[in-house]
Design a protein around this ligand. Structure first.
Ligand SMILES: Cc1cc2nc3c(=O)[nH]c(=O)nc-3n(C[C@H](O)[C@H](O)[C@H](O)COP(=O)(O)O)c2cc1C
Length: 179
């Protein structure tokens, strides 16, 4: 798919075809593309946890902060959780932050990986929605190891809805030129 088309046509999808599973080969090909996302000093701190069946539903059942996200997960064939290896991206070897943004850079890297994942999924005919609203115990329920931070959940599947694109701000609201 042409890149600009892929970026502009990707939508957050919250209803999935419950009769269609996502194959291991397909999700692996999406993650294979996502791992080409850039990262701080090429630290490649993002990790991916592919949840289906009971593992996915346990996560859905512990999502109380915004119940709708639990419903999205239950209705999706797959949830991919993204984590980062803590304190590598944006940090020096001695553990001190390289810039005042500190842990902001690992979230930045995870965000790039997240969008790269969603675009690769769209290109592969899959739909997705990033979910930032999850409960404090989500990392434990997933089994994220010590030393990693859960950064996002992504519900993945075949779309059962065609959402209208939410409005975007005008370029003039976003861009400042200086010379
Ligand atoms: C960091 C982040 C967190 C988000 N969290 C949620 C969420 O918890 N639940 C949800 O339904 N959508 C969530 N979204 C999806 C946004 O609502 C969506 O991207 C936005 O409305 C624009 O729609 P579009 O993705 O179709 O362009 C999140 C998106 C981002 C980037």
């Amino acid at each position: 798919m042409e890149t600009v088309k892929c970026i502009k046509e990707r939508r957050s999808v919250r209803k999935f075809d419950t009769s269609r599973e996502v194959s291991k080969e397909l999700i692996e090909s999406v993650i294979d593309t996502a791992r080409f996302a850039p990262s701080w000093k090429n630290t490649q701190v993002t990790r991916y946890y592919v949840l289906t069946g009971d593992a996915k539903n346990a996560l859905a059942d512990c999502t109380n902060i915004w119940a709708k996200n639990g419903d999205i997960m239950r209705g999706a064939p797959m949830v991919v959780a993204l984590s980062v290896v803590d304190k590598r991206s944006g940090y020096e070897r001695d553990g001190s932050p390289s810039t005042p943004l500190g842990s902001g850079w690992q979230m930045f890297d995870s965000g790039i990986a997240c969008q790269t994942f969603c675009l690769a999924a769209h290109d592969a005919g899959l739909s997705s929605v990033i979910m930032g609203l999850y409960d404090d115990n989500a990392a434990d329920v997933i089994g994220i190891p010590e030393g990693q931070i859960l950064t996002a959940l992504i519900a993945v599947g075949y779309a059962a809805e065609e959402p209208i694109a939410p409005n975007r701000k005008e370029l003039s609201d976003l861009v400042t030129y200086k010379s």
